[in-house]
Design a protein around this ligand. Structure first.
Ligand code: SF4
Ligand code: SF4
Length: 154
């Protein structure tokens, strides 16, 4: 039995609410980056965690706080989610840091079957920064509470 952990991009899971259903679906169906496991080998998903959010250039090792929550439970492999491999500027650094902390842990750079990376990035951009009717933010709420005019007078 292979014991597996998955780490996802928190922009995708926390900000735009992906529940990793495609990752988990392909794990069940042994597709994408789960093809590497023999069909008759049971897979045990030990834990699924999102990244710790932007680490700044000062603290990329903050990822270890999240990784630890699965790596300390005898996993054989940690899969970086497809979204993480597609969009994360810290991917290489994260891999180095994790591998140094857990030298025996197999890092797998993907989960579900890859989709067109450009299309994925464009779609994610639209979700995070919608061109039409941007979502209200705390700024709008505060301005509304204070009954400030919509436009700042110049
Ligand atoms: S650090 Fe990488 S994985 Fe984490 S939210 Fe940012 S882009 Fe996503
Ligand atoms: S790889 Fe795809 S399914 Fe998995 S968490 Fe990211 S966006 Fe969701």
């Amino acid at each position: 039995m292979a014991r597996i952990g998955i780490i996802t991009c928190s922009n995708c899971t926390q900000e735009v609410n992906c529940a990793a259903v495609v990752c988990l679906g392909d794990m069940r169906k042994r597709r994408g980056f789960f093809e590497r496991y023999p069909q008759d080998e049971p897979l045990d998903l030990v834990g699924l965690i999102s990244c710790a959010g932007c680490p700044t250039s000062a603290a990329p090792d903050k990822i270890l706080r999240r990784v630890r929550s699965v790596a300390e439970f005898k996993i054989d492999a940690l899969h970086f989610s497809f979204c993480m491999t597609a969009v994360c500027p810290f991917l290489k650094k994260y891999s180095e840091i994790i591998q140094e902390a857990y030298p025996n842990l197999k890092l797998v750079m993907g989960t579900h079957q890859p989709v067109d990376k450009r299309q994925f990035m464009d779609g994610l951009h639209e979700l995070l920064c919608p061109a039409v009717a941007p979502p209200q933010t705390m700024v709008d709420m505060i301005r509304g509470t204070l009954k400030l005019p919509n436009k700042v007078e110049k």
